[in-house]
Design a protein. Structure first.
Length: 154
């Protein structure tokens, strides 16, 4: 089954963003159309459903008063930490007052929580998510195996 693609005009009608905004975001790398980029006059940009999801996220951040510059900085930091072209698609993001917490996977494969607005992608939690998962699995093993005290009570 073929995925749906949308022209710039369709995205403008559906989202309310202007063509100028979409052009600017494509040129700065904030949101590059996933299906087809423009290659000069007469060629169309084609957007995917994933692009529409990212546009909705941008809309929500803007509704919280975030500037395009701030959103772009967060996306740039995530691109560098994650080594992916479309980080808004792959990170779980939580909006804070002056920070954007991102739960993401680094290029080394570790899942971490970072402040995406920090220039260096400062880790906000000193714990790698894999460690938490391993500790949770250990707890489940302990729960399944009764302790000697519990066995004595029986």
């Amino acid at each position: 089954m073929a995925s749906h693609v949308y022209t710039t005009a369709e995205v403008v009608r559906a989202t309310g963003f202007s063509q100028k905004q979409l052009d600017y975001w494509a040129s700065t790398g904030l949101l590059v159309p996933g299906e087809q980029q423009s290659h000069g006059p007469g060629t169309r940009r084609l957007y995917s459903v994933d692009d529409l999801v990212q546009l909705q996220f941008i809309r929500h951040l803007k509704s919280y008063g975030w500037s395009t510059r701030k959103i772009g900085q967060a996306a740039k930091t995530l691109r560098e930490v994650m080594n992916v072209s479309d980080p808004l698609k792959y990170a779980i993001l939580v909006n804070g007052k002056n920070m954007l917490i991102a739960l993401c996977k680094t290029k080394e494969g570790e899942r971490i929580a970072i402040d995406a607005l920090s220039v260096s992608g400062q880790q906000v939690m000193g714990v790698v998510v894999e460690m938490l998962i391993e500790e949770a699995y250990q707890l489940t093993t302990e729960i399944k195996e009764p302790s000697r005290d519990e066995e004595a009570i029986r």
